[in-house]
Design a protein around this ligand. Structure first.
Ligand code: ADP
Ligand code: MG
Length: 195
């Protein structure tokens, strides 16, 4: 399987996980925000699956660009712009590198630039930071992802809608952290990282 086919498979699986867990993501967002993260992400996921399954891409830059544009236009909410910025930065990086750790690290920079959250503010930036660090060390695993989910659960949200809840945000999983966990789990499960 070519690199492009593997990456397509990864992102289709991500879209499937989002679709399957729409209700769960909405429940997480209802506890901490406004209850729409699953619906927002599912809209993007379905458009993404349709595009990935019907188009051929010249290279990874081309593919990631379309993913970014689709997520920005279809997801909406804070997360549409954040995921969109991530994939658009990943597209730029993919023009001069095919190292996924470096590409996803550029995605993390895109989230940082767009959302201006700090690490520890209980946003999807926290999951991306843990996962990209582990990817760069070659240690990304399901355990690393689960640990990041559990660590961030006890954090207090200070960015995004969840910050309005103050201490009520402690003990709840942030919906964007959960959807990002699906992205990195799908990456492991499709074997994109295997030699
Ligand atoms: P909205 O908050 O507009 O309803 P969503 O519900 O789709 O959008 O997405 C909420 C998620 O977005 C949160 O769970 C959080 O992880 C993430 N988020 C919100 N603001 C920021 C930010 N400034 N930086 C990083 N992530 C953020
Ligand atoms: Mg929301």
């Amino acid at each position: 399987m070519t690199e492009i086919e593997k990456v397509k498979k990864w992102l289709v699986l991500f879209g499937e996980k989002i679709t399957e867990n729409e209700e769960y993501l909405n429940e997480l967002d209802a506890a901490i925000g406004d209850g729409d993260h699953g619906t927002n992400m599912k809209r993007g996921a379905q458009a993404l699956i349709d595009k990935l399954e019907s188009r051929d891409y010249a290279d990874l830059a081309d593919l990631f660009k379309e993913v970014g544009m689709t997520l920005v236009s279809k997801v909406g909410g804070a997360s549409g712009h954040l995921y969109g910025s991530a994939f658009i930065e990943m597209s730029t990086k993919a023009k001069d590198s095919n190292d996924l750790a470096a590409i996803l690290s550029a995605g993390l920079d895109g989230i940082n630039k767009r959302g201006k959250a700090e690490i520890g503010e209980k946003t999807l930036l926290d999951m991306w930071t843990h996962a990209v660090d582990a990817l760069q060390d070659g240690t990304l695993s399901k355990e690393v992802i689960d640990e990041a989910l559990m660590d961030t659960k006890e954090m207090k949200a200070t960015k995004g809608r969840a910050s309005f809840l103050g201490d009520c945000s402690i003990g709840c999983i942030d919906p964007g952290i959960q959807s990002s966990a699906y992205l990195f789990t799908a990456l492991l499960e499709t074997g994109v990282l295997d030699e």
